[in-house]
Design a protein around this ligand. Structure first.
Ligand code: FES
Length: 174
């Protein structure tokens, strides 16, 4: 936070977004040159940049909403939507492809559209679990011999879309 004088004011749960914008901007003396630091603070607090914060911030910094929105949209680090509740890695290595990884990827693409931002995934090329292909990783949890039914159950449960009491069917931890 190079060169900005920072004033700390406690933030409380009861603070509205407008209050939070005021507190965070005041921390940087309402200096428009600190816009990026301010946006980082907002994102750290919420996990993303709520849309209603940008006009508030722009007002405190005496800049236009378009300027604030332009900076928020320019940098890939800033998210304007809440982060996905579930992040998956799906292996597309040779062993996993031969055991059905492509079907898992199609399933996840379909569920990603259906669940609108609740899941994100990336394709990787070997999770070191080839003997139990196809393999996926959710957070730090590696699972092998995954089939589509197991994966759909796991995704729906992790995103609050399915039953939480039953056991996953299929799949093996490493
Ligand atoms: S190829 Fe998928 S775990 Fe190795």
């Amino acid at each position: 936070m190079n060169g900005f004088r920072v004033q700390y004011e406690p933030m409380e749960k009861k603070d509205s977004n407008a209050d939070l914008a005021k507190i965070i901007c005041r921390k940087y003396l309402n200096d428009a040159a600190a816009l990026i630091e301010i946006l980082h603070d907002v994102q750290e607090h919420f996990g993303f940049l709520p849309r209603d914060m940008l006009p508030e911030i722009a007002g405190h910094l005496n800049i236009t909403r378009a300027e604030a929105g332009g900076v928020a949209g320019f940098y890939e680090d800033f998210r304007t939507r809440p982060p996905a509740r579930m992040h998956l890695k799906i292996c597309r290595g040779e062993a996993c492809q031969s055991m059905g990884a492509n079907g898992l990827i199609k399933l996840v693409e379909r569920l990603k559209r259906e669940l609108e931002g609740e899941i994100s995934f990336e394709e990787v090329f070997c999770l070191g679990n080839c003997a139990l292909a196809p393999a996926i990783m959710e957070g730090e949890r590696l699972t092998g011999r995954v089939d589509e039914s197991f994966l759909e159950t796991r995704i729906r449960r992790s995103t609050g879309q399915g039953p939480v009491n039953g056991q996953d069917t299929g799949g093996e931890g490493k």
